[in-house]
Ligand binder design. Structure first.
Ligand code: DUC
Ligand code: ZN
Ligand code: ZN
Length: 491
């Protein structure tokens, strides 16, 4: 017995077609007109769209950050993602200085195995590319990990030199892997930030001044030139501004193997939010920082013309009012990775959050909630706002992520043989984004009060219904690690 989705409109990146869709087991068996329902469970999709489950290729679940760690983990974060239509995500497993890649990876297996509720994969975040670590790179392919993330920012923590960056690219290219880059010039940021602090400019507002668009444009251009020289495919994460988008557009015009993403928040919020009174600006501190309305227009243009291929979230949420309950005593005796479980069992406990930077913007943990909001607000502003078509929406949030990151056609589309990751999307369903109703473990929502029309009313992951209206039907351990393929296409 299968599940027959009847009477819906199927939307993929390339077509919109009225058809039935049959799921057998974990995959799509058939798409066609008037399929025979005998022996199958049926789902009436009249007036609904059927779209592939969303893929968020840039998340930081349970990420240690300074004196705290990000709130959402592979349990609650997964549920929140699915309520917003995302059924697969790729997180960043981090190698710390002195560690091997395998040691870094091991920590992320522990966070996810037996806990995951949606499908997931990892990028390997390399911070210490020693010779022995470079030799370890090919072993990642055995794990199904095909992407290496490098930093040109966070000078004392993650940043690597240009020489190291280039050497990693050469190795990655030999093995059909792709390099991803956080492109901000960390050397310059490391001068601007302490200067502002010394001048007494310590409020959240100054965060944006410590990381101006020029340092993003410069680092993006540098990484692109290294991609041109090494031949290694490059994907620039969280692009925010005209300076970096122009660099990418130039590189692509030259035929270099370069691609890029932006994140949801950069379409909706600006650096003005950082200046909100009563420390509210701290809610919006992320890196790279929020920019201007002109930059927002640049980003809309760049997704429309294909300069940017993907919209992700950089989801990395922290309490606005954290540090509650007996956290200090408890946290001292437990590694950061254990905090999520304790917090779940003790509702009065909150790990530290944005308040860590009440007196200095550089102590505010960087990041915003968004894994649940991404497809909902982009549908509203993009599709309802007539900036992108429903097919383009699917391309940006589902299909391109699957192709670029080696999961296509298993993920990212609706076709026979693909995983039955299916959104039954009601284009008329009205809702309001709010911290009072979202599922992310976060006491604020950056789209608070935004009215939206359209959302997934049912979500299926590999043939199993995990969201039904407001009901959560998922299960810890059902989420699978997805092994990805190297030599993914340059789009
Ligand atoms: N930027 C953020 O805002 N948070 C996590 C990491 C990053 O680069
Ligand atoms: Zn980053
Ligand atoms: Zn990030």
């Amino acid at each position: 017995m299968g599940i027959l989705f009847q009477g819906g409109t199927i939307i993929t990146a390339t077509e919109t077609v009225q058809a039935d869709l049959l799921v057998e087991g974990e995959t799509i068996a058939l798409i066609g007109q008037n399929l025979n329902s005998e022996g199958h469970e049926t789902v009436d999709c009249t007036g609904k769209y059927l779209m592939p489950g969303g893929i968020d290729v840039h998340t930081h679940l349970d990420l240690p950050f300074g004196a705290t760690s990000s709130n959402d983990d592979f349990d609650i974060g997964h549920m929140a993602a699915a309520f917003g239509g995302t059924t697969t995500h790729i997180d960043f497993a981090t190698q710390r200085h002195g560690e091997t890649l395998a040691q870094g990876l091991e920590k992320w297996w522990r966070k996810s195995e037996g806990i995951a509720q949606i499908d997931y994969s990892f990028h390997m975040q390399m911070t210490d590319p020693r010779d022995d670590v470079l030799d370890e790179i090919p072993s990642l392919l055995d794990e199904g990990i095909t992407t290496l993330k490098l930093f040109l920012a966070y000078k004392t923590m993650y940043q690597i030199s240009d020489g190291e960056f280039f050497r990693v690219m050469q190795r990655a290219a030999e093995h059909g892997m792709m390099v991803m880059v956080h492109a901000e010039n960390g050397d310059i940021e490391d001068i601007l930030r302490p200067t502002l602090i010394a001048q007494g400019k310590t409020e959240p507002y100054w965060h944006a001044h410590s990381r101006p668009p020029e340092i993003e444009g410069e680092a993006t251009n540098r990484a692109i030139m290294m991609a041109a020289l090494s031949g290694c495919p490059l994907y620039v994460v969280h692009m925010t501004c005209q300076q970096s988008v122009e660099a990418l557009r130039r590189g692509r015009t030259q035929g270099y193997p370069v691609m890029g993403e932006t994140c949801t928040q950069y379409f909706f919020l600006t650096a003005e939010h950082l200046g909100l009174p009563d420390f509210e600006g701290a809610k919006y501190v992320c890196s790279p920082p929020l920019r201007t309305e002109d930059d927002q227009e640049t980003l809309w243009q760049a997704i429309q013309d294909g300069t940017l291929q993907v919209v992700s979230t950089d989801h990395c949420d922290f309490w606005f009012e954290g540090g509650r309950g007996p956290w200090q005593a408890w946290a001292q005796s437990h590694p950061k990775g254990d905090w999520a479980a304790y917090e779940r069992q003790n509702p009065n406990y909150r790990r530290p959050g944005k308040e860590l930077g009440r007196h200095r913007f550089d102590k505010i943990p960087n990041g915003l909630p968004g894994i649940e909001d991404r497809m909902l607000v982009m549908w509203e502003a993009g599709v309802n706002g007539k900036r992108i078509s429903p097919m383009k929406f699917v391309e940006l949030h589902c299909t391109n992520p699957a192709k670029i990151f080696g999961m296509y056609p298993r993920k990212g589309t609706l076709m026979p043989g693909a995983d039955a990751d299916i959104l039954v999307w009601d284009p008329e369903a009205e809702h309001v984004r709010s911290a009072a109703t979202h599922h992310m473990r976060c006491d604020y929502n950056v789209y608070e009060g935004m009215r939206c029309r359209g959302k997934p009313v049912q979500v299926y992951l590999r043939g199993r219904k995990i969201v039904d209206g407001d009901r959560w039907l998922g299960e810890n351990g059902y989420g699978q690690f997805i092994k990805r393929q190297p030599n993914a296409p340059i789009l």
